[in-house]
Design a protein around this ligand. Structure first.
Ligand SMILES: [Cu+2]
Length: 266
């Protein structure tokens, strides 16, 4: 009887794990986070079922025991559960540490003496303000408003700062979430893996315009990215995304000469 319930439980675990397998992630950051979640679920699900099965078994098996005796002095049992717990904790700690140690996950405070290991292909200064986002592509002399464009399959380093209060940049699909502090630069690293249009939010309540503090995030081919930068060189507060048709649909009110200039690149 018990053997069958254990088998059924095992089948359920296999089914559960099979259904939570994530689809291909949109960024290296997101990949790392999803893989860690999956790894921990593989350990947590069988353990949960193991405990529940023992619990249910004990409740049923000993339900009519009028004179229960506590277990005293069982060194084998005690050593077993101590060692098993230690192994689980070491596994969880090791898995989490590996992900946290990645430069794609943990931000780097601005310390000139210790540059991050990865040399990025794109460097973008991000200014969070009440209420919006400004992105500064210093190398191309382009700034954008509420519009972040990233080259696919290339490392992008975002240097975040705020002028007044706490904000937080949140792009869930790319696995980005980082507080932005006044008077302090915080650097994060990402590499997007899929072309697309994603949403960015401020996720730190920052005043009555907080809900309006959103950004469009575009991931495009590296060539498209460079063409877009070249088309907007020396422009301030660009709102026209690389894809002209999408830009017309979303940014009609903000359409500037920049849009038409991009549609017919020189
Ligand atoms: Cu904010």
């Amino acid at each position: 009887m018990i053997r069958w319930s254990v088998l059924a439980a095992g089948a359920l675990v296999a089914l559960g794990v099979a259904t939570v397998s994530p689809v291909a992630a949109q960024s290296v950051n997101r990949n790392l986070i999803d893989q860690l979640n999956l790894q921990l679920i593989y350990v947590a699900l069988p353990l949960t079922l193991f405990v529940e099965v023992i619990l249910v078994y004990a409740v049923i098996r000993f339900r009519n025991n009028d004179d229960p005796e506590p277990t005293a002095e069982n060194p084998t049992l005690e050593v077993t559960w101590t060692v098993a717990t230690a192994i689980v904790l070491v596994f969880v700690g090791w898995s989490a540490y590996n992900v946290l140690a990645s430069p794609y996950i943990s931000p780097t405070p601005e310390v000139e003496a210790a540059p991050p290991d990865v040399e990025p292909d794109a460097e973008i200064d991000v200014l969070a303000y009440q209420w919006g986002w400004q992105f500064d592509y210093a190398a191309a002399n382009v700034t954008t408003q509420n519009l972040l464009v990233l080259p696919r399959d290339e490392d992008a380093r975002l240097r975040l700062r705020s002028d007044e209060v706490l904000h937080s940049l949140y792009v869930p699909e790319l696995g980005l979430k980082q507080d932005v502090f006044p008077g302090q630069n915080t650097t994060i690293l990402t590499r997007a893996l899929e072309n697309g249009r994603y949403r960015g939010y401020c996720t730190e309540f920052c005043g009555d315009g907080h809900a309006r503090m959103r950004a469009q995030v575009y991931v495009v081919d590296p060539e498209t990215y460079r063409q877009w930068l070249a088309a907007h060189e020396d422009e301030r507060l660009v709102t026209a995304p690389p894809n002209a048709s999408v830009g017309n649909a979303t940014g009609a009110a903000n359409a500037t000469a920049a849009t038409s200039r991009f549609s017919s690149p020189a």
